[in-house]
Design a binder for this molecule. Structure first.
Ligand code: ZN
Length: 243
């Protein structure tokens, strides 16, 4: 499984508190946990400042699963690269969208809604409850996952109804949130997972690692349908019987 972990890589270079938690960047931490937890994973990273944000056609053509973390620099991602990622998802590439990437151009484009939500940075305790225990992304995950302190992300979350809902979070402040959501888009699979605020060591948590590794395996499709989706073919009567 060829995985690319994309990160805007801004907080870690400007906030020493974040750099202390993630000395190799959030992309480094996520790449590390995937490399350890996903069998036969070939993991590479890409960041905003690289030419074409590190997401050239060649890189994307050789990516089965793309992870995306971003917060401050959504607007700096070029529409050309967003379109390229979108086309790859339509053709079957898996996409895992983490935390504040809910407002990334690619996620908003895939959802078709504002993707706005309610938030608060106040050291809330977050409990991540599995609401779909047969789902592969919930396999081996504690019930609930407890994050002693985390940013609150609450409803209403302006997304389409998820095709499959895996997790709902609750917070010490009382709110709830659809924190693990699956979507089918074109031939691709998309998973949104909300834990992952930059000032908390969330990606070091064993259960969070398990979820992300499960997510990589769920969005990964080594074979996709032969159905043509990049054009609308004119089809004479009997076309599907021709040999
Ligand atoms: Zn955050």
């Amino acid at each position: 499984m060829r995985i690319t972990v994309w990160n805007e890589y801004v907080h870690e270079r400007h906030n020493p508190a974040v750099a202390e938690i993630y000395p190799d960047g959030i992309h480094g931490a996520v790449a590390g946990l995937l490399g350890e937890g996903v069998a036969n994973a070939q993991v590479q990273t890409a960041t905003l400042d690289a030419p074409e944000h590190g997401l050239t056609a060649d890189v994307l053509d050789n990516t089965d699963v793309l992870f995306w973390w971003a917060h401050l620099a959504h607007h700096k991602v070029t529409d050309e690269v967003v379109e390229r990622v979108h086309q790859r998802v339509m053709q079957g590439m898996g996409l895992v969208v983490m935390h504040s990437a809910h407002l990334s151009k690619i996620f908003c484009k895939l959802m078709g809604t504002t993707c706005n939500l309610r938030w608060r940075e106040a050291d809330d305790r977050e409990l991540v409850w599995t609401v779909n225990p047969g789902h592969p992304i919930a396999a081996g995950v504690a019930q609930p996952i407890e994050l002693a302190t985390h940013e609150m992300y609450g409803e209403y979350f302006d997304i389409p109804a998820p095709d499959e809902l895996v997790f709902i979070s609750s917070y010490s402040g009382g709110e709830v949130f659809r924190s693990g959501c699956c979507f089918f888009r074109g031939k691709g699979r998309v998973f949104y997972f909300s834990p992952g605020h930059e000032t908390y060591p969330v990606f070091a948590d064993a259960n969070i690692k398990q979820v992300l590794c499960n997510a990589a395996r769920w969005v990964y499709q080594p074979q996709t349908s032969s159905i043509v989706t990049d054009t609308s073919p004119e089809s004479p009567t009997g076309w599907f019987q021709a040999d």
